[in-house]
Design a protein around this ligand. Structure first.
Ligand code: ASH
Length: 274
């Protein structure tokens, strides 16, 4: 890629339309100026002042450290970063398919074959992370993007840490994806990501997460007991996979290999190949 080497600055890019707004800044479509073939990227612009007031500078450092070293087809690349007086710029891979949660909102719920393909891809990506002792900790549709061939891309490592960790995290997103051990504040391991992909699989098939309740206290209670129900249309195979991930005891959850080899996933991947 033309983003070899270092010391880039804003003048090396033509900034295009805004792609969306994040918590601490915005994301813009951009393309490299140099060279004949215009290489599209996404530039995430973060305000130093907001990072400091949000007390998340160290989290950004971790995000950059982790994401710049992970290279996997289902993990959004962080090519480089630079800063000026007021802002920090992350030069990320552009995901032409946009955000998964917008796709899910539009479609209401995904077909089983599409859900199984995403489950395979995210398990493959998390295997890559866990082998490098990286726990993502914030798997949810809002952090997942879609690539040029409809493939899933994990797009945000803002909450990832090196395992094992008992880092308290001031919650500012949804609780729906929190596993029991994090709800109870216990230390947690990579298996928190397995619980999260169980929640993700349910939400992709049903259109809402399994433990969603009006009151936060009810959500917590349901999570702690892994108490949830399936609508009738969820197949036996999908129920089997989800029930092996949404297990209170972290050591009893299905492994990532177990997800990729699950009979329902394998049978649905066959459907995709036809
Ligand atoms: Cl990082 C990163 C890399 N690529 C993206 C991206 N890509 C992207 C592609 C296509 C469309 N559109 C396709 C036609 O219909 C309208 C949306 C949107 C975003 N979006 C975001 C983002 C972030 C926050 C809110 N909203 C979108 C972050 N990204």
């Amino acid at each position: 890629s033309p983003l070899r080497g270092g010391n880039f600055s804003l003048k090396d890019f033509e900034i295009g339309r805004p792609l969306g707004k994040g918590k601490f800044g915005s994301v813009y479509l951009a393309r490299t100026r140099k060279g004949e073939s215009h290489f599209f990227v996404a530039i995430k612009v973060l305000f130093k002042s907001q990072l400091i007031s949000g007390g998340v500078e160290h989290q950004l450092e971790r995000e950059i450290e982790i994401q710049s070293h992970l290279q996997h087809p289902n993990i959004l690349r962080l090519f480089t970063y630079f800063w000026d007086e007021k802002k920090i710029y992350l030069v990320l891979e552009y995901a032409p398919g946009g955000e998964m949660y917008k796709q899910l909102t539009t479609m209401k719920r995904f077909p089983e074959a599409m859900t199984a393909k995403y489950m395979y891809e995210i398990s493959d990506a998390l295997t890559h992370c866990h082998m490098r002792n990286v726990i993502h900790r914030d798997i949810k549709p809002e952090n997942l993007l879609i690539g040029v061939n409809g493939e899933l891309k994990i797009g945000d490592f803002g909450w990832s840490v090196h395992a094992p960790s008992n880092k308290r995290q001031t919650m500012c997103g949804t609780m729906d994806y929190l596993p029991p051990e994090m709800v109870c504040g216990d230390s947690h391991t990579a298996s928190v990501d397995l619980w999260a992909i169980g929640v993700l699989c349910y939400e992709m098939l049903v259109g809402k997460p399994p433990f969603e309740h009006d009151k936060q206290s009810e959500t917590y209670a349901a999570i702690k007991e892994a108490k949830y129900r399936f609508p009738d249309y969820v197949s036996k195979g999908a129920r089997d996979l989800i029930s092996k991930l949404l297990v209170v005891d972290p050591s009893k959850r299905l492994t990532l290999t177990g997800v990729m080899r699950h009979p329902w996933v394998e049978s649905m991947l066959e459907v995709n190949r036809r």
